[in-house]
Design a protein around this ligand. Structure first.
Ligand code: DON
Length: 566
């Protein structure tokens, strides 16, 4: 009788747990919910376009290509056709593809091109001038992604962006402030007055109409990659290079090819994840961080407690030291990915961490394995009803790239060359130090931090996640994953939660206001950590997929980011 009662109780409990796991219900703190598809991007116009592609029966890749072009129109700070990025794609057949459409150094780039006669880095040369631009990868990337995995026509995925550029869209309050703040530099860096400059000040709701960009997109619609890398658009780009003393030639444009690469794969607790391989450091660094942190009990330590912060930043110091030493374009340097992510190596790195005492960054070295300003990248996450998903991060590097607009073409050029190490040991705009592995060479891809990532559980899609934020991208993705996996947050809570960041050098825990309470700040100081309160860290747009297929979008409230599902 007794045992029967116990069995009955256990059975009920089991059913309750099962019901909880399978039929998660809508709770407070959740983002928008969708059953058929979810799109999360940095701008409402791009989210709407992505969603309309899914509603028409397009898959996640169709929507991602449409969103990439839409962002080039409605989010010109980072959306682009003359920049680059990375896609991590998972298909309904559970196959994962990663696409690298990162920019490349022009063929006439040289190792010391940003150094002055005194051998020092000339300030602004790799960020604010025509010399800052790498050979763009976005258009080739979109063509390749669509040809391999898209299902709608090319015209169907690009036309919404053309219409948006022609008709215009109302800019947001943030965009108005942004465009007003760069008016002076746009006028200084361009020999004419691009459409992004208004005589009076921009206001929220003003229409931004871009006829030249619409015409460029029409050439891309009609001729695919040739509409950008040859013909009229190439004439505009090369013409601009010749007028301003830039390096990109017709040959650079014609030679550009995006590349399918093997993902970086790993497991954390019972979850598998897939992220991007070099030339981004994102996947390797994320795998190192998750590998080191799995040796500690972050779940019991709790979210943003002294203990968790300490272990996480100690891991970050070591991972960013390795990044500076070993990571670069694998076509040019041999990157010891296996050794850097080897379980024994990560255990050794974890064992160097002392429980109550900071290791000063100047005594952290890369392990032995045998051999801030306007920051604007953008991440978007898309999932469809069939189980396809795209995690995509794309950028011009700085806000509006080098703020030089291609005359006739109507689009901003990137300043991605700053992601190379201009001089070993001299920090770039994100304070990142690099070395030989990331030195400039003709045709080489500059090292990135972009970390578009997909997480699965028991072979099922679980999360689509990524962020902009330069050096803070990796740690923003890392924290968002831990927030869900270890701290049980909803997608929206995980995205909204306050963040902190350490990148080895400078030796500082940078944190968002109220990310760390004052008592914890004092305790961390007492342990030898250094801290600095800064503004926003990262802007994560992510999707959580429940066991029954329901999708929860998490759009970052730090920007105009918007999640919509249906
Ligand atoms: O590839 C990289 O790591 C940088 N170019 C990303 C720049 C960035 O995230 C700026 N954003 N907020």
């Amino acid at each position: 009788m007794k045992s029967y009662a116990l069995t009955k109780v256990s059975l009920c409990l089991f059913i309750l747990i099962l019901a909880g796991a399978c039929n998660k219900s809508i709770q407070e703190g959740m983002g928008p919910i969708g059953k058929q598809g979810m799109v999360v991007t940095a701008h409402p116009e791009a989210t709407n376009i992505g969603l309309s592609i899914l509603r028409q029966g397009g898959n996640a890749v169709d929507a991602a290509v449409a969103v990439e072009f839409a962002l080039a129109v409605c989010y010109p700070a980072a959306g682009n056709i003359a920049g680059g990025g990375f896609f991590v794609i998972r298909t309904s057949a559970k196959k994962v593809y990663t696409l690298d459409y990162r920019e490349k150094a022009p063929l006439s780039a040289t190792r010391d091109m940003y150094l002055g006669p005194d051998g020092q880095v000339v300030k602004g040369l790799s960020t604010q001038t025509i010399l800052a631009s790498g050979v763009p990868g976005t258009v080739d990337g979109m063509v390749k992604a669509h040809e391999k995995l898209g299902s709608l026509t090319w015209t169907a995925v690009i036309q919404p962006a053309i219409d948006l550029a022609k008709k215009g869209f109302p800019i947001t309050r943030r965009q108005a402030a942004d465009l007003n703040s760069i008016k002076k530099s746009i006028l200084e860096r361009n020999s004419w007055k691009p459409v992004f400059v208004k005589d009076s000040l921009w206001k929220e709701g003003d229409l931004l109409v871009q006829p030249e960009l619409a015409a460029t997109l029409e050439r891309i619609r009609d001729q695919k990659r040739d509409g950008f890398y040859t013909g009229q658009t190439a004439d505009y780009i090369v013409g601009q290079m010749q007028e301003y003393g830039g390096l990109i030639t017709y040959k650079d444009l014609q030679d550009y090819q995006s590349a399918w690469r093997e993902p970086i794969k790993g497991t954390y607790r019972n979850y598998e994840y897939f992220s991007i391989a070099p030339p981004s450091s994102g996947g390797v660094a994320l795998k190192q961080l998750l590998g080191i942190i799995s040796k500690f009990d972050i779940k019991s330590s709790g979210h943003n407690t002294v203990e968790s912060i300490h272990y996480m930043v100690e891991a970050e110091k070591r991972v960013y030291a390795d990044r500076a030493e070993y990571l670069g374009d694998p076509t040019f340097v041999s990157v010891p990915v296996e050794k850097l992510t080897d379980e024994k190596y990560l255990l050794k790195r974890a064992s160097e961490i002392k429980p109550n005492k900071a290791t000063p960054s100047d005594s952290v070295r890369a392990g032995s394995v045998g051999k801030s300003e306007s920051l604007e990248t953008t991440h978007f996450s898309i999932a469809d009803r069939w189980g396809n998903a795209v995690s995509a991060t794309t950028t011009l590097n700085g806000g509006y790239g080098n703020q030089i607009v291609v005359k006739g073409g109507g689009f901003f050029l990137n300043n991605e060359m700053d992601d190379f190490s201009s001089k070993p040991g001299t920090p770039n705009v994100y304070g990142l130090i690099g070395n030989e592995a990331n030195a400039i060479e003709p045709g080489k891809r500059m090292l990135s931090c972009m970390t578009p990532t997909l997480v699965t559980k028991n072979g099922r899609l679980f999360m689509v996640v990524g962020s902009p934020g330069g050096s803070t991208i990796i740690t923003s993705v890392f924290q968002t994953m831990l927030n869900v996996i270890d701290h049980g947050m909803t997608m929206q809570q995980a995205v909204t939660a306050k963040r902190f960041h350490h990148q080895w050098l400078p030796d500082l825990i940078q944190y968002e206001p109220s990310a760390i309470d004052t008592v914890s700040v004092s305790r961390l100081l007492g342990m030898g950590q250094h801290l600095k309160k800064i503004g926003n860290i990262g802007r994560v747009d992510a999707i959580l997929i429940w066991p029954d297929g329901t999708m929860e979008g998490g759009a970052d409230p730090r920007g105009d980011d918007t999640a919509k599902g249906f």
